[in-house]
Write a protein that binds this ligand. Structure first.
Ligand code: 5GP
Ligand code: ZN
Length: 113
């Protein structure tokens, strides 16, 4: 989709530090990390948010989660980590191409802000 930041990263038009690529997902380091490890995992296909992805392609939604688990393992997050799918304005979503945050390397606070 034109004018989508994460489509541009997937296409290689905007640089990012990629840590995992598969046929249908790309994982790269967040530009503003909120934890020692902060990676975002995106499907190559554009879907606006988690609800849209789950409705359109539940298999891809599952592969997104599996890729997030692979990233956590590769990053050595054996003590645990957090997946976040901010959805919509009140959910804190700022980029409207679904992305799974993988956060770890420190204990996570609960409840989140
Ligand atoms: P959201 O707030 O939509 O859940 O998450 C968007 C994330 O994208 C934020 O954590 C933000 O730091 C990250 N981000 C925004 N612009 C860029 C960029 O150009 N490159 C990378 N690697 N991450 C970005
Ligand atoms: Zn997109």
């Amino acid at each position: 989709m034109s004018d989508c930041l994460f489509c541009a990263i997937v296409a290689g038009d905007i640089p990012a530090t990629v840590v995992l690529e598969t046929d249908d997902v790309v994982a790269f380091r967040d530009i503003s990390p909120q934890a020692p490890t902060h990676v975002v995992v995106v499907p190559r296909a554009h879907h606006a948010d988690a609800a849209a992805l789950a409705a359109a392609d539940p298999g891809l939604a599952g592969r997104l989660l599996a890729a997030g688990a692979s990233v956590a393992e590769a990053e050595g997050l054996a003590d645990g980590y957090r997946f976040v799918l901010n959805t919509g304005r009140d959910g804190g979503q700022t980029v409207f191409h679904v992305h799974l945050h993988v956060l770890g390397g420190r204990p996570m606070a609960w409840p989140p802000g």
